[in-house]
Design a binder for this molecule. Structure first.
Ligand code: NAG
Length: 520
């Protein structure tokens, strides 16, 4: 905000402006020290008091809490849902008959120590996340269905473009993967699916881009990361992250719990390998270290060949070496360990899977949908509507009798019951008020379709009623008995309004939209 203020000054020279623009573009790429230097360089003050700023400090983004009746067991509220999936990795792998690739998904609340909660659903301390963890063999990082999304033209803002001051550009997803802009086709596949999902729920394509994390911004364990960002009245905001987290999570959990989290892949040909292991003398170790002996034995059982060879040398030179594990130091002497060497034939290979993680911020997606689908009817500022896609509109349909005439009511009831039976959420509005006014009211809350019962419904057989499309305000006429099925198919996305216009006669009548409201 400080730099933007400096830049808006008419006296600010063009090259200084450009320099500051560059700084703004890379804000997320700066480390602690660089940020501190920029505070000094641009003389940034507190906007409220005008005081100097302290240098930036690190702080914990996780919320600490106390667990148990005594409250003396520290715990942390989860900052993402993902870790539950990693902890269940072994079981999930089993569910998939031990084969890669496979994925698990989860939705739930997460908590972060947000320093400035504000902007409605955008900056909050408790929020709903939905995450997918797609586990894949690092040697086979290609997605078999990538072809299905390769032709999508998506606005990409690469790390290179950001650091060199270029703008985002549209690119065919297939080309982006082939040219290495996106690291691999599994990541590319999920970027394509995220894009399609966001359009389907109502995000506008012209306010959506994928921005790659810059080197310093990217978590140290990720090998590539792209955020889906939407343009809103708050600027560009991140709504979905899509990261290739490589093997980081599984290997961390494995190290901390000493349980290997690996998948096994059958080898085409059995392989003979040399194995080197410590051979512990449990008696001697037990006698020397009593109840701590277990820690040392555990440590010795997981050492690798390189370490064992080094320690073997120490043993023969000085007769002992020391080991640190779990905060304790052990002296290991010749009588406690030997070294065993043998050959083993392997039929399977152990793989630590890599993981591709699409991570959705549900509140932020909803906020973007609300902004992007909000419209004002041309030529009438009073009439606003949400163009929610029918699949996500909370109400799919309204049922409106033309007036409060009692003859209409049996049809209202029949339609309402049939819609419920077909699982179509709907709203009956039999209040007084012109039909135009009631349409406007349902448009305001984004009801996708409206059925109207008029005198032709009552007086003619077969009984028909009109169905109106919110966005185009066009209407068709169909039999009352068919309408619930028609709306169901429109609402679940298996049919489009265009399909219906081909099948049923257009109806021009009742609604004279603008005129109607004008009359009131
Ligand atoms: C993808 O990431 C891996 C791991 O960081 C790296 O070795 C490789 O060069 C990257 N490939 C491309 C095309 O950037």
């Amino acid at each position: 905000a400080h730099l933007q203020k400096l830049m808006s000054d008419k006296k600010c020279p063009a090259e200084r402006k450009e320099e500051m623009e560059n700084v703004l573009m890379q804000l997320d790429n700066f480390g602690q020290q660089e940020l501190a230097e920029h505070f000094v360089k641009y003389n940034v003050k507190s906007p409220v008091t005008g005081n100097d700023l302290s240098p930036p400090i690190s702080f914990n983004l996780m919320f600490q809490t106390s667990i148990g009746p005594g409250g003396n067991m520290p715990g942390y509220l989860r900052p993402e849902t993902a870790q539950g999936i990693f902890l269940n990795f072994k079981r999930l792998l089993e569910f998939n008959q031990g084969k890669l690739p496979f994925a698990a998904a989860q939705i739930g609340n997460s908590f972060r120590n947000e320093i400035s909660p504000r902007s409605g659903l955008i900056r909050v301390r408790e929020f709903t996340m939905a995450e997918i963890e797609h586990f894949v063999d690092p040697k086979e990082k290609v997605h078999p269905k990538f072809e299905n999304v390769a032709d999508l033209e998506i606005m990409l803002y690469s790390s290179k473009a950001q650091t060199s001051g270029q703008s985002a550009s549209k690119m065919r997803l297939g080309d982006a993967v082939q040219q290495g802009v996106i690291n691999n086709s599994v990541l590319g596949y999920f970027i394509g699916r995220i894009y399609l999902f966001l359009l389907k729920v109502g995000v506008s394509a012209d306010k959506l881009r994928f921005r790659q994390h810059m080197d310093n911004e990217m978590a140290h364990y990720a090998c590539d990361c792209w955020d889906a960002e939407t343009k809103t009245s708050y600027g560009w905001i991140e709504i979905v992250g899509c990261a290739d987290r490589s093997c980081y999570d599984l290997s961390c959990h494995a190290r901390a719990t000493k349980v290997p989290l690996v998948a096994e892949k059958p080898l085409k040909e059995p392989k003979t390998v040399n194995v080197v292991q410590f051979e512990a003398n449990k008696g001697a170790i037990g006698k020397a270290y009593k109840k701590d002996a277990k820690l040392l034995l555990e440590f010795l059982s997981i050492c690798d060949e390189c370490y064992i060879t080094d320690m073997e040398e120490l043993l023969s030179e000085s007769g002992e070496f020391s080991v640190e594990t779990e905060g304790k130091t052990f002296k290991v002497t010749k009588d406690m360990v030997g070294v065993k060497r043998f050959q083993k034939t392997l039929h399977v290979e152990e793989i630590v899977p890599n993981v591709i993680e699409p991570s959705f911020g549900i509140g932020r997606i909803m906020y973007s949908v609300l902004e992007h689908t909000f419209h004002v009817r041309e030529g009438d500022e009073q009439r606003t509507y949400f163009s929610f896609p029918a699949t996500v509109a909370p109400y799919k349909c309204s049922v409106l009798p033309l007036s409060q005439n009692a003859e209409f009511m049996p049809f209202v009831r029949e339609l309402s019951e049939a819609l419920t039976k077909n699982g179509v959420s709907h709203k009956v509005d039999d209040s007084s008020g012109s039909i135009g006014r009631r349409y406007a009211r349902t448009d305001e809350i984004g009801v996708a379709f409206g059925i109207t019962i008029d005198f032709d419904t009552v007086n003619k057989t077969p009984h028909t009623a009109t169905l109106r499309d919110r966005d185009s305000m066009r209407q068709i006429r169909a039999e009352v008995s068919e309408l619930p099925i028609i709306v169901r198919d429109l609402a679940n996305g298996s049919m489009t309004w265009g399909d219906m216009e081909v099948r049923y006669p257009l109806f021009e009548g009742q609604e004279t939209g603008k005129k109607d409201t004008a009359e009131e």
